[in-house]
Design a protein around this ligand. Sequence first.
Ligand SMILES: *Cc1c(COP(=O)(O)O)cnc(C)c1O
Length: 226
Amino acid sequence: MEFSLATNIERITNAIRNAEIAHGRYQDTVTLVAASKNVAAADIQAAIDLGLRIFGENRVQEVVAKWTDLRAANPGVALHLIGPLQSNKARQAVALFDVIESVDRTKLAQEIAEEAEKQGRNPTVNIQVNIGNEPQKSGVLPADTPSLIEACRNVYHLNVQGLMCIPPAGQDPSSYFLLLKSIAADHGLPILSMGMSADFAQAIAHGATHVRVGSAIFGDREPVVQ
Ligand SMILES: *Cc1c(COP(=O)(O)O)cnc(C)c1O
Protein backbone atom coordinates (compact mmCIF):
# COMPACT_ATOMS: atom_id res chain seq x y z
CA MET A 1 0.00 0.00 0.00
CA GLU A 2 2.62 2.54 1.07
CA PHE A 3 4.60 2.22 -2.12
CA SER A 4 1.67 2.39 -4.52
CA LEU A 5 0.11 5.22 -2.53
CA ALA A 6 3.33 7.25 -2.82
CA THR A 7 3.51 6.46 -6.53
CA ASN A 8 -0.14 7.36 -7.09
CA ILE A 9 0.15 10.66 -5.24
CA GLU A 10 3.25 11.61 -7.15
CA ARG A 11 1.64 10.67 -10.46
CA ILE A 12 -1.56 12.63 -9.81
CA THR A 13 0.30 15.65 -8.47
CA ASN A 14 2.51 15.69 -11.55
CA ALA A 15 -0.47 15.21 -13.86
CA ILE A 16 -2.22 18.19 -12.27
CA ARG A 17 0.89 20.38 -12.69
CA ASN A 18 1.28 19.18 -16.30
CA ALA A 19 -2.36 19.98 -17.06
CA GLU A 20 -1.87 23.47 -15.65
CA ILE A 21 1.07 24.00 -17.99
CA ALA A 22 -0.67 22.43 -21.00
CA HIS A 23 -3.74 24.63 -20.63
CA GLY A 24 -2.09 27.92 -19.79
CA ARG A 25 -3.11 27.89 -16.16
CA TYR A 26 -0.89 29.50 -13.55
CA GLN A 27 1.29 27.06 -11.62
CA ASP A 28 -0.09 25.59 -8.43
CA THR A 29 -3.52 27.15 -8.86
CA VAL A 30 -5.38 23.84 -9.06
CA THR A 31 -6.00 22.25 -5.66
CA LEU A 32 -6.17 18.51 -5.13
CA VAL A 33 -8.98 17.30 -2.89
CA ALA A 34 -8.31 13.65 -2.09
CA ALA A 35 -11.66 11.82 -2.09
CA SER A 36 -11.25 9.38 0.79
CA LYS A 37 -14.67 7.75 1.18
CA ASN A 38 -14.30 4.09 2.14
CA VAL A 39 -10.57 4.59 2.75
CA ALA A 40 -9.32 3.38 6.14
CA ALA A 41 -7.96 5.89 8.64
CA ALA A 42 -4.50 4.31 8.48
CA ASP A 43 -4.33 4.84 4.73
CA ILE A 44 -5.53 8.43 5.09
CA GLN A 45 -2.79 9.01 7.66
CA ALA A 46 -0.28 7.56 5.21
CA ALA A 47 -1.52 9.99 2.55
CA ILE A 48 -1.18 12.89 5.01
CA ASP A 49 2.36 11.75 5.80
CA LEU A 50 3.03 11.81 2.06
CA GLY A 51 1.94 15.45 1.89
CA LEU A 52 -1.80 15.53 1.11
CA ARG A 53 -3.62 18.22 3.09
CA ILE A 54 -7.20 18.39 1.79
CA PHE A 55 -9.63 15.48 1.91
CA GLY A 56 -13.19 15.07 0.67
CA GLU A 57 -15.62 12.77 2.40
CA ASN A 58 -19.17 11.81 1.46
CA ARG A 59 -20.90 10.79 4.67
CA VAL A 60 -21.16 12.52 8.02
CA GLN A 61 -21.33 9.21 9.92
CA GLU A 62 -18.17 7.94 8.28
CA VAL A 63 -16.35 11.15 9.18
CA VAL A 64 -17.36 10.91 12.82
CA ALA A 65 -16.02 7.36 12.96
CA LYS A 66 -12.86 7.90 10.96
CA TRP A 67 -11.74 11.48 11.44
CA THR A 68 -12.02 12.23 15.15
CA ASP A 69 -8.51 10.93 15.86
CA LEU A 70 -7.15 11.95 12.44
CA ARG A 71 -8.27 15.53 13.04
CA ALA A 72 -6.66 15.67 16.46
CA ALA A 73 -3.39 14.27 15.11
CA ASN A 74 -3.31 16.46 11.98
CA PRO A 75 -4.41 20.02 12.72
CA GLY A 76 -3.27 21.32 9.33
CA VAL A 77 -5.62 19.13 7.35
CA ALA A 78 -8.84 20.47 5.80
CA LEU A 79 -12.01 18.46 5.25
CA HIS A 80 -14.57 19.00 2.49
CA LEU A 81 -18.02 17.46 2.44
CA ILE A 82 -18.55 16.31 -1.16
CA GLY A 83 -21.54 13.98 -0.67
CA PRO A 84 -25.23 14.82 -0.32
CA LEU A 85 -26.26 16.27 3.04
CA GLN A 86 -29.56 15.74 4.82
CA SER A 87 -30.85 18.86 6.54
CA ASN A 88 -30.99 17.06 9.90
CA LYS A 89 -27.22 16.47 9.70
CA ALA A 90 -26.39 20.15 9.18
CA ARG A 91 -25.33 20.51 12.82
CA GLN A 92 -22.72 17.78 12.51
CA ALA A 93 -21.64 18.94 9.07
CA VAL A 94 -20.99 22.48 10.27
CA ALA A 95 -19.00 21.12 13.21
CA LEU A 96 -16.94 18.68 11.12
CA PHE A 97 -16.18 20.29 7.76
CA ASP A 98 -14.19 23.30 6.64
CA VAL A 99 -15.96 23.37 3.28
CA ILE A 100 -19.43 22.08 2.45
CA GLU A 101 -19.49 21.49 -1.31
CA SER A 102 -22.95 19.96 -1.66
CA VAL A 103 -25.43 22.72 -0.85
CA ASP A 104 -28.28 22.19 -3.29
CA ARG A 105 -31.46 23.61 -1.76
CA THR A 106 -32.62 26.56 0.33
CA LYS A 107 -33.78 24.40 3.25
CA LEU A 108 -30.25 23.04 3.62
CA ALA A 109 -28.75 26.53 3.24
CA GLN A 110 -31.03 27.73 6.03
CA GLU A 111 -30.06 24.85 8.35
CA ILE A 112 -26.35 25.43 7.69
CA ALA A 113 -26.74 29.15 8.34
CA GLU A 114 -28.54 28.55 11.64
CA GLU A 115 -25.91 26.07 12.78
CA ALA A 116 -23.03 28.29 11.67
CA GLU A 117 -24.50 31.07 13.79
CA LYS A 118 -25.02 28.80 16.83
CA GLN A 119 -21.57 27.26 16.60
CA GLY A 120 -19.73 30.45 15.74
CA ARG A 121 -18.36 28.83 12.62
CA ASN A 122 -18.39 30.06 9.06
CA PRO A 123 -17.83 27.18 6.65
CA THR A 124 -17.04 27.91 3.05
CA VAL A 125 -19.88 26.70 0.88
CA ASN A 126 -20.08 25.48 -2.70
CA ILE A 127 -23.34 24.93 -4.53
CA GLN A 128 -23.66 21.48 -6.08
CA VAL A 129 -25.18 21.76 -9.54
CA ASN A 130 -26.92 18.81 -11.22
CA ILE A 131 -25.22 19.90 -14.39
CA GLY A 132 -26.73 17.20 -16.63
CA ASN A 133 -30.30 17.56 -15.31
CA GLU A 134 -30.21 13.90 -14.24
CA PRO A 135 -33.22 12.73 -12.22
CA GLN A 136 -31.20 10.42 -9.94
CA LYS A 137 -28.47 12.94 -9.07
CA SER A 138 -28.14 15.38 -6.21
CA GLY A 139 -27.63 19.03 -6.96
CA VAL A 140 -29.70 22.03 -7.93
CA LEU A 141 -30.73 22.18 -11.59
CA PRO A 142 -28.76 24.67 -13.70
CA ALA A 143 -31.89 26.75 -14.28
CA ASP A 144 -32.49 27.05 -10.53
CA THR A 145 -28.86 27.74 -9.61
CA PRO A 146 -28.93 31.57 -9.87
CA SER A 147 -31.77 31.90 -7.38
CA LEU A 148 -30.11 29.47 -4.94
CA ILE A 149 -26.84 31.41 -5.14
CA GLU A 150 -28.72 34.64 -4.44
CA ALA A 151 -30.57 33.11 -1.49
CA CYS A 152 -27.37 31.68 0.01
CA ARG A 153 -25.74 35.08 -0.26
CA ASN A 154 -28.47 37.53 0.54
CA VAL A 155 -30.94 35.62 2.70
CA TYR A 156 -28.68 33.19 4.58
CA HIS A 157 -25.40 35.13 4.40
CA LEU A 158 -23.36 32.02 3.72
CA ASN A 159 -19.77 32.24 2.54
CA VAL A 160 -20.53 30.97 -0.98
CA GLN A 161 -17.33 30.61 -2.96
CA GLY A 162 -18.03 28.24 -5.81
CA LEU A 163 -19.84 25.52 -7.69
CA MET A 164 -19.38 21.75 -7.70
CA CYS A 165 -20.62 19.21 -10.22
CA ILE A 166 -20.45 15.58 -11.26
CA PRO A 167 -21.15 15.36 -15.01
CA PRO A 168 -23.25 12.51 -16.43
CA ALA A 169 -21.33 9.21 -16.67
CA GLY A 170 -20.29 7.86 -20.04
CA GLN A 171 -20.31 11.16 -21.91
CA ASP A 172 -17.68 13.69 -22.84
CA PRO A 173 -17.78 15.99 -19.79
CA SER A 174 -16.40 19.08 -21.59
CA SER A 175 -19.71 20.81 -22.30
CA TYR A 176 -20.78 20.27 -18.68
CA PHE A 177 -17.54 21.70 -17.33
CA LEU A 178 -17.96 24.72 -19.60
CA LEU A 179 -21.54 25.23 -18.45
CA LEU A 180 -20.50 25.13 -14.79
CA LYS A 181 -17.73 27.61 -15.52
CA SER A 182 -20.10 30.02 -17.22
CA ILE A 183 -22.62 29.90 -14.35
CA ALA A 184 -19.81 30.57 -11.87
CA ALA A 185 -18.52 33.47 -13.97
CA ASP A 186 -22.02 34.99 -14.21
CA HIS A 187 -22.13 35.13 -10.41
CA GLY A 188 -18.53 36.05 -9.63
CA LEU A 189 -17.77 32.73 -7.95
CA PRO A 190 -14.03 31.93 -7.99
CA ILE A 191 -14.13 28.20 -7.12
CA LEU A 192 -14.89 25.48 -9.65
CA SER A 193 -14.84 22.02 -8.06
CA MET A 194 -14.99 19.65 -11.01
CA GLY A 195 -13.04 16.69 -12.34
CA MET A 196 -12.42 13.28 -10.78
CA SER A 197 -9.95 10.44 -11.44
CA ALA A 198 -11.07 9.88 -15.02
CA ASP A 199 -11.40 13.46 -16.20
CA PHE A 200 -9.47 15.85 -13.96
CA ALA A 201 -7.12 16.94 -16.76
CA GLN A 202 -10.09 17.88 -18.93
CA ALA A 203 -11.63 19.71 -16.00
CA ILE A 204 -8.41 21.69 -15.53
CA ALA A 205 -8.49 22.55 -19.24
CA HIS A 206 -11.93 24.04 -18.65
CA GLY A 207 -11.07 26.02 -15.55
CA ALA A 208 -11.32 23.70 -12.53
CA THR A 209 -9.76 25.22 -9.42
CA HIS A 210 -10.34 22.06 -7.34
CA VAL A 211 -10.25 18.46 -8.57
CA ARG A 212 -11.65 15.67 -6.41
CA VAL A 213 -9.61 12.54 -7.00
CA GLY A 214 -10.25 9.25 -5.21
CA SER A 215 -9.60 5.96 -6.97
CA ALA A 216 -6.52 7.18 -8.85
CA ILE A 217 -4.94 7.79 -5.43
CA PHE A 218 -6.39 5.13 -3.16
CA GLY A 219 -7.38 2.42 -5.65
CA ASP A 220 -10.90 1.25 -6.42
CA ARG A 221 -13.38 1.03 -3.58
CA GLU A 222 -17.07 0.28 -3.27
CA PRO A 223 -18.99 2.69 -5.48
CA VAL A 224 -21.07 5.25 -3.61
CA VAL A 225 -24.39 6.27 -5.12
CA GLN A 226 -24.70 10.04 -5.37
C1 LIG B 1 -15.91 9.48 -4.93
C2 LIG B 1 -16.06 10.88 -5.39
C3 LIG B 1 -15.05 11.51 -6.12
C4 LIG B 1 -13.79 10.80 -6.57
O1 LIG B 1 -14.12 9.90 -7.60
P1 LIG B 1 -12.95 9.00 -8.28
O2 LIG B 1 -13.55 8.61 -9.57
O3 LIG B 1 -12.75 7.87 -7.35
O4 LIG B 1 -11.78 9.87 -8.42
C5 LIG B 1 -15.23 12.84 -6.47
N1 LIG B 1 -16.34 13.51 -6.14
C6 LIG B 1 -17.34 12.93 -5.44
C7 LIG B 1 -18.54 13.74 -5.11
C8 LIG B 1 -17.24 11.60 -5.06
O5 LIG B 1 -18.24 11.03 -4.39
